[in-house]
Design a protein around this ligand. Structure first.
Ligand code: GLN
Length: 534
């Protein structure tokens, strides 16, 4: 509470430098020393949350346990610090304005003129401090989306300025920039960094730590130059050189003393705690020493932008690593897949993921993949829409109902094996209205999922409108499909399996949201193990 420390991570020069990974790495280092930590993301767009954004716009939409649709960086935070995040960990400009406008309509401003400063900035500050106050964290790390100098980020940076002033030593700013290497001149260039720090200084923020993203080692003289020109201590100028795995970043930061520098700056004794990173290092060791490959195909329609499946690909990396294999992930465009080329594209694979998604595009390719996988007994994991496609394919090719479909794809089908949830029928508002967040799932005793989890009840996160239509349940069961996971409150089907196959599982929920480096998801572990032993 009174002692919570606040760390802001800002970015300069260009986007996509990996502020999310740096924020997550700082969180990991502090947590490894026994501090309680959470990480929050501020996104400078007007959407109230990223839930309605097409994955091509902003990558995957990540869902928290408490059912909030958030930016994919929250997935990195959870995978690194192994803690759940909440609704309050993801805030957009749209959310801030909506709150302020609602307060204004409610008369809370007592007739005053409502302005960016102080009303919007006060609302931003309230959202930063809320996490520390509500949950009593030792550290709240806040990542500010966008790049210093963007019009959109200005109210956030003004709030950082005010908080630095108000909180004094309990507040710290880490600025991430880029140091390009000019091949022709064979030189690393620091000018963009200097300009970006100037921009922050113009806004009244003096960064305490600079992290320089680079493709080459930054020599001591260049660090000193940056230190001198940017008013940052030489030891607080840290390099973040490209590494083969994002999971190496915390160790690279630690090797340069980033955690000690941060602790000293916020008035804590770095010698009072020791970092325990044994589990993390052990994972990394396995990741780097695995030589044999496991080849997994991911069938989806957003494959051009791999961020669209970020949590799935990270879950697979983790599961492969714990299975002592190197992951070879092959993205297969569902629009380019059909019965004619399925053999050529799928037979080299050890396992197949049928991806989540929305709408008709690419759906027939998913059916072709499932049919091939089922008939050739390749381990297959269908997630959300992927599970729904497994059900539809089974209805068409095994039960013989050629027009079976989801009402999402064909409203007229009389064989609507996947149908809109009752609770969804009256909803017209598209934002935040799906079945979202964690729901209970009771597993069928002795089923493959129950064995994989090693328990009978689990909670898993959801993000969908449609569900298995229980009207057809008996027909499916009689033909050999098992409903291996059920929500006890609604009787909704959560998991389907074909027990006569080596590994054929579909989940209505998204297990990928809860797989972390130190707690890999049991179903991904089991799936990859089946793929390895195919
Ligand atoms: N479109 C499907 C539904 O809304 C599946 C959603 C998903 O895969 N996340 O039910």
């Amino acid at each position: 509470m009174a002692d919570t420390r606040y760390i802001f991570v800002t970015g300069g020069v260009t986007s996509s430098l990996g502020k999310g990974i740096i924020s997550a790495s700082i969180g990991k280092l502090l947590k490894s020393r026994g501090y309680s930590v959470t990480i929050q993301k501020f996104d400078p767009y007007i959407n109230v949350d990223p839930g309605t954004l097409n994955p091509y716009e902003h990558g995957e939409c990540y869902v928290t346990e408490d059912g909030h649709e958030t930016d994919l960086d929250l997935g990195h935070y959870e995978r690194f610090i192994n803690e759940h995040t909440h609704k309050a960990n993801s805030v957009t400009t749209g959310r801030i304005y909506l709150n302020v406008i609602n307060k204004e309509r409610h008369g809370d401003y007592l007739g005053r003129t409502v302005q960016i400063i102080p009303h919007i900035t006060d609302e931003i500050k309230r959202n930063v401090l809320l996490l520390g106050q509500q949950y009593d964290y030792d550290f709240v790390i806040t990542e500010i989306g966008g790049v210093a100098g963007d019009i959109e980020s200005l109210p956030f940076l003004e709030s950082v300025r005010q908080l630095k002033w108000e909180l004094g030593e309990r507040c710290l700013c880490v600025h991430l920039t880029y140091v390009p290497f000019l091949a022709a001149a064979k030189e690393l260039k620091t000018k963009p960094t200097q300009h970006s720090v100037k921009k922050l200084q113009e806004l009244g923020i003096q960064p305490d730590v600079l992290i320089l993203r680079t493709e080459h080692d930054i020599p001591a003289d260049v660090r000193h130059k940056v230190s001198l020109f940017c008013n940052v201590l030489p030891e607080a100028v840290i390099q973040s050189k490209d590494v083969p795995s994002i999971y190496e970043v915390p160790l690279r930061m630690q090797a340069q003393g980033l955690d000690s520098i941060i602790l000293k700056k916020v008035g804590l004794d770095p010698n009072a705690t020791v970092a325990d990173l044994d589990k993390w290092k052990n994972f990394l060791d396995k990741l780097y020493t695995a030589t044999e490959e496991v080849k997994i195909g991911l069938v989806g329609k957003y494959v051009e932008l791999q961020d669209a499946y970020k949590s799935i690909s990270e879950s697979l990396v983790q599961a492969a690593t714990y299975n002592h294999r190197k992951l070879k992930l092959v993205y297969i465009h569902s629009e380019k897949l059909d019965d004619a080329n399925a053999q050529e594209k799928l037979s080299p694979l050890d396992g197949i993921i049928i991806a989540p998604g929305f709408g008709q595009r690419g759906i027939e390719g998913k059916f072709a993949a499932i049919k091939y996988a089922r008939e050739h007994d390749i381990p297959t994991f269908g997630i959300c829409l992927g599970m729904q496609c497994m059900v539809i394919e089974f209805a068409r090719d095994v039960l013989g109902h050629a027009n079976a479909n989801s009402t999402e794809m064909d409203e007229q089908t009389d064989y609507n094996v996947i149908d809109l949830m009752e609770s969804q029928k009256a909803i017209t508002n598209k934002g935040g209205t799906m079945r979202l967040g964690a729901y209970k799932c009771v597993l069928e005793k002795d089923s493959l999922p129950a064995k994989a989890y090693g328990t009978n009840t689990v909670y898993e996160r959801h993000r969908h409108r449609y569900e298995f239509n229980n009207k057809f349940r008996k027909e499916f069961e009689d033909a050999g499909m098992r409903m291996a996971g059920i929500n006890p409150d609604s009787d909704l089907v959560e998991i389907i399996t074909l027990p006569d196959k080596k590994w054929f599982v579909g989940t209505q929920f998204h297990p990928e949201y809860s797989s972390t480096v130190e707690n890999p998801h049991p179903l991904f572990l089991s799936f990859v193990s089946a793929a390895v032993n195919k």
